[in-house]
Design a protein around this ligand. Sequence first.
Ligand code: GDP
Length: 195
Amino acid sequence: LFAGRTEFLKGVVAMPGLPPADRIEVCFAGRSNVGKSTLINALTGHKALARASNTPGRTQEINFFTLQESHYLVDLPGYGFAKAPVAVVEKWQKLLKAYLSGRATLRRAFVLIDARHGVKSVDEEILTLLDKAAVPFQVVMTKADKVKAAELDKVLTQVRGKLQPHPAAYPELLVTSSDKGEGIEALRATIAGLD
Ligand code: GDP
């Protein structure tokens, strides 16, 4: 699935712009700066596929990439900007809700959590949204190279606790480091195994 070239298809700002729901779809969500662009680049073997749409106030797009002819990989805008204007946040939340609850082919959402920080309240809002939309989701820990093993264990325990109230959560956490290449192959295999 990841052997071929991953192509950028389009950025979507409103529901009518979504491409036809005609293939298996996975999406990636996470707080801005969690390492989402870096992870998507590592996953697809590209240097700069996922453009960092990290500037507050900039158009919040849902970016669609194609994996072979069979899958969409969807990059959701980073959330949790301290400085984002309320109107921007509200528009984004509306689009996100519409996308998550209306996309029948969406098989799994990967929610990225920084291995240093664990689940924050802004992450929990997304988890609740995923529950409501009944989108199965799996947590991917990022930047594992930045923490020592004992610290990582503590954070993983925190994350597992935070996932407990969420019926849509997969209990298995994927631990990754885009810098070291850790966990990338496991994430690829997880995506390739969805049907
Ligand atoms: P995004 O806002 O979620 O797309 O985050 P980016 O992918 O732009 O990453 C934010 C920062 O974290 C950048 O400085 C990256 O170089 C750094 N980063 C991302 N992934 C890793 C990782 O696995 N290990 C380390 N040490 N740094 C990372």
